[in-house]
Write a protein that binds this ligand. Structure first.
Ligand code: GDP
Ligand code: MG
Length: 301
């Protein structure tokens, strides 16, 4: 068996340096449908890149950025644990500008991470900087880090230097079997929390009437241009009688659950939310492997 490498790569960088562009370029066409995985709350997953020899799990580590809204606070509690379970720290910078205050703050955090955690600097937007000025531009960032950090000059937009970057990242990952199935991908964090919050609201409102036989699936979570998010979710119950209880007389109970959940999600996400809930009976879902899988529960093998 050839060795397989797998691990978590923290993607760090202030806004606008090109993190999303880079992830999208790396993922290529590989981004597939998502399924929420309720237990995974340590990382916001940006993308999972699976190759024959390696699986690179790109994650956001919210704790390393300044908390801007409630979500940030929520995440800070997990931030330390998150950093401890990361294998490589990838810092992305924009070489068309000098390091900003935010860049310096990030560099400072990186310097204080354990030295056993490999760090890589990706100097992005190199396509905009004339050849003879690149070295100076890159050095203004390199010098903020420890000696010996690997540096790659890239253009996420024009897919330059990406193969070298990925090869270096793979080499830094531990030998380990893949964490996720090949078709599993991306950006689940807010969805996961939203699902948890809806479930929590339902349990709170229902008290003991539908004990734990409830699961929530986020069917849609889209950001609208007006700054709101549109969320569609399904509450699963095990029996027809429970469905009636969850909906309540004239839909009253479901409405209460929805407004409580919406309140919580808005506080979490820091923006307004339009929440559409429905209820579905899925008999004995807790024992049904395919249903569990669809709901995002990954079974340990
Ligand atoms: P993020 O906030 O770090 O996720 O940054 P984005 O990926 O959203 O990129 C911010 C802006 O920088 C967008 O307009 C991108 O098109 C642009 N950008 C990203 N990477 C590059 C690059 O390599 N070269 C150039 N010229 N622009 C880039
Ligand atoms: Mg982005």
């Amino acid at each position: 068996m050839p060795e397989f490498r797998s691990g978590f790569i923290a993607v760090i960088g202030r806004p606008n340096v090109g993190k999303s562009t880079l992830i999208n370029a790396l993922m290529g066409q590989k981004i597939a449908a998502v399924s929420p995985r309720p237990q995974t709350t340590r990382h916001r997953q940006l993308g999972i890149l699976t190759r024959p020899d390696a699986q690179l799990i790109f994650v956001d580590t919210p704790g390393i950025h300044a908390a801007k809204h409630k979500l940030g606070e929520y995440l800070n509690q997990e931030a330390q644990a998150a950093l401890e379970s990361i294998d490589v720290a990838l810092w992305i910078v924009d070489v068309t500008t000098e390091p900003t205050e935010d860049d310096r703050r990030i560099a400072d955090r990186l310097k204080h991470l354990p030295s056993r955690l490999p760090q890589v600097l990706a100097a992005n937007k190199i396509d905009v900087v004339p050849g003879d000025q690149r070295e100076v531009a890159v050095n203004s960032y390199r010098e903020l880090l420890r000696d010996g950090v690997q540096v790659f000059k890239i253009s996420a937009l024009q897919s330059q230097g990406l193969n070298e970057l990925v090869s270096a990242l793979v080499a830094l990952l531990p030998e380990r079997p893949p964490e996720f199935e090949e078709d599993q991908i991306t950006d689940l964090y807010e969805r996961e929390i939203a699902a948890d919050l809806i479930r929590e609201a339902a349990l709170l409102k229902l008290r003991d009437e539908v004990p734990h036989g409830i699961a929530v699936r986020i069917d849609q979570y889209t950001d609208r241009p007006n700054g709101m998010a549109y969320i569609e979710a399904t509450i699963f119950v095990e029996r027809e009688s429970q469905k009636g209880i969850v909906i309540g007389e004239g839909g009253k109970m479901l409405k209460q659950i929805g407004s409580k959940a919406r309140e919580q999600i808005e506080a979490m996400a820091g923006h307004q939310v339009y929440l559409q809930l429905r209820v579905k009976v899925e008999k004995d879902w807790r024992n049904n492997e395919s249903v569990l899988k669809r709901l995002g529960y990954k079974l340990k093998r």
